[in-house]
Design a protein around this ligand. Sequence first.
Ligand code: SF4
Length: 396
Amino acid sequence: MKYLDEYRDAEAARKFADAIARITTRSWTIMEVCGGQTHAIVKFGIDQLLPDKITLLHGPGCPVCVTPLELIDKALDIAARPEVIFTSFGDMLRVPGSHADLLSVKAAGGDVRMVYSPLDALKLAQQNPGKQVVFFAVGFETTAPANAMAVYQAAQQGVENFSILVSHVLVPPAIEAILSSSTNRVQAFLAAGHVCVVVGYEEYLPLAQKYGVPFVVTGFEPVDILQGIYMTVRQLEEGRAEVENQYARAVRREGNVPAQQIIREVFEVVPRKWRGIGSIPHSGLGLRAAYADFDAEKRFGLGELTVEEPSACISGLVLQGVKKPNQCPAFGMLCTPEHPLGATMVSSEGACAAYYRYRRQEVLSSQSLVLSPENSAAGLQLPGASQPLVIGEGDE
Ligand code: SF4
């Protein structure tokens, strides 16, 4: 398949891995921002092909994972109402709120439906004039154009029973939050190719200059990622901090201008809370005043909520690249895809889900070495655990 097979070619991948090893003289820490890239890295063992001096950190680029608990609880509240048809992409249905998920609302009788496009939700609203149809608008810049278009069309066509629950987040402000954090270890970024397809990559230029870090816009196949890492390491080794484009077959510097126009027509930049990270200024999209009638939070009169994250879950640290999923004491024991504690274990782009799917045995056997009853009794502590983990009967 053109543009796919050649980017999964083992020989090409090996050549890039060898080239990276040849040019690496010092230790470097690079963050891949996107959860899709994280999955490819773990699935194809790309991190294991790299020299020990290169550390890859997984970033906050999984929109499902960073949707705040409060918004999921609001979605649950709306979805349980008898007058509502609540629609969402499939990956939000199993993400735990503070007490349930959307699938349990459906099991209890709520009309919750999976759709493949916000325009399908708009069609449902037209077909069901006696119902309120709500779409859970989650995502980065990638899903924003289609969601904006659905609202724009609803306004043009006078569809009054359609609204969206907005949880849109923007990548560059999150990167800036990581770079300005006192715990930051990231020296370079693989920027997410699909986000740059929409917005281009000019927004990264000031970040590269201000913080002295290289950015390489990178695709999602193994050879894409290895080439992206090669270009990143070459910049680091040469002392450059520029924005380069590995994913030139899809990304133009200026991005997709009509897509940006529809985003700007319907949405404005707002502060947004990121699950596990906290509030980041200018990091989200909200509906402009002209489209406020389509805001589900306003339509259903939902006020402010504050909800605590489960204390056993360190997904906030995972999303910031401070910890890896294999450093979470709950991984694979208290937390599995069937019984997730955090969104990073649910989403198809979540880092914990990637480790569970592709590295479970490896992680669990390394943890069981640390978690032997003798070690536990001796008070030894797993990385990431605030308390020594005590193994009870039946936990092993
Ligand atoms: S493994 Fe589960 S509990 Fe641990 S950080 Fe990931 S989602 Fe949270």
